[in-house]
Design a binder for this molecule. Sequence first.
Ligand SMILES: Cc1cc2nc3c(=O)[nH]c(=O)nc-3n(C[C@H](O)[C@H](O)[C@H](O)COP(=O)(O)OP(=O)(O)OC[C@H]3O[C@@H](n4cnc5c(N)ncnc54)[C@H](O)[C@@H]3O)c2cc1C
Length: 370
Amino acid sequence: MEYDFLVVGAGLSGSTVAERLASRGRKVLLVEKRSHIGGNAYDEYDEHGILVHRYGAHVFHTNSKEVFDYLSRFTEWRGYEHRVLSRVGGDYVPVPINRTTINRLYGLDLKSESDVAGYLERVRVNGLEIRSAEDVVLSKVGPDLYEKMFKHYTRKQWGVDPSVLSPEVTLRIPVRLDEDDRYFGDTHQVMPRDGYARMVARMLSSGNITLRLNTDYKDVAGRERYGHVVYTGPIDYFFDYKYGRLGYRSIRFESRTYDEEVHQPAGVVNYPSAEVGYTKSTEFKYLTGQKHAKTTVQNEYPTGDGEPYYPMMTGQDKALYERYREEADALADASFVGRLAEFKYYNMDQAVASALKLSRKLLGELEQQV
Ligand SMILES: Cc1cc2nc3c(=O)[nH]c(=O)nc-3n(C[C@H](O)[C@H](O)[C@H](O)COP(=O)(O)OP(=O)(O)OC[C@H]3O[C@@H](n4cnc5c(N)ncnc54)[C@H](O)[C@@H]3O)c2cc1C
């Protein structure tokens, strides 16, 4: 056997597995269909010399010590607490909704957590049976905040009305009673100091890893001599879409560079109104800490076609995924891990955690065989 493992996809999932296996002496062939490593977390310098994220803003945050310690072997970090503002009626208000958001939108002067709790109690819809993403938000913050901050944003994001989306789409959206305006509450809120692509390149520097870019899984399947396959691409593609295609939302990105040091008031500004076609704008220099006379801002237009980004959370898609998963589970010589292979909206730390777990399993299994 020329390679012990074939790993498909050089995103964070595939790169973590490849690194772990290679560090224990296994020979790994890593194939990536794109021309670069890093998957959707890939970053690069644009033509103006500004570090941008090609596939949308990626902010690292985790509560997992294991994931943080693991990635810290390949990068130094810069502290970055992400903040998001929402453009509502000519004003910028914090997201997630907090005390400032409510005071600013309604000209109030709520002073304490119990003031905010009392306000929400008065405006929220009581006694609603939660059957959709819309119901979740109405029952938390009531119809006006729903209309101003969620309804059109969610419609743009998913291409359907929130009333037909599953509750889990909005279930985890926090509402804060205090003035904490950080987007995430995790223990570790950091960005890789030299960027994600450099971090992943260090992960893949072992002599035991043979990396082939611009190479699709189907170009090598059955043609190279390898043992086990670790697949991080779309699971429906692996099985040639035999039961049909899984649904994804995609995003079209549009970037513009301005001759000014700072362009907008936060790293990300959301546009929740129906009048603006995009959902959000990212100004990368906030995230990366780069100093530059110019600045690049990227707008996100959600779309139905294009690269698969967000798994659709409909009953139909979930049922279809289960059919593929059953088939995948029955394969002894292949493992499926990552956002596309597990059809799950993973954050980066969750993708790495899942890949670390699989690596341990693969190494443990191999050691038992020896
Ligand atoms: C717009 C957007 C914003 C996000 N923002 C954040 C954020 O702020 N914070 C956060 O923690 N997470 C964020 N995420 C999630 C993050 O991108 C994922 O958690 C992470 O990329 C998952 O890594 P992965 O390796 O599983 O998948 P991917 O990054 O998708 O990597 C899979 C790789 O496999 C390759 N591949 C696919 N099929 C094949 C094939 N047939 N042959 C060969 N190669 C193949 C792909 O080209 C890709 O490089 C965001 C995701 C998106 C889409």
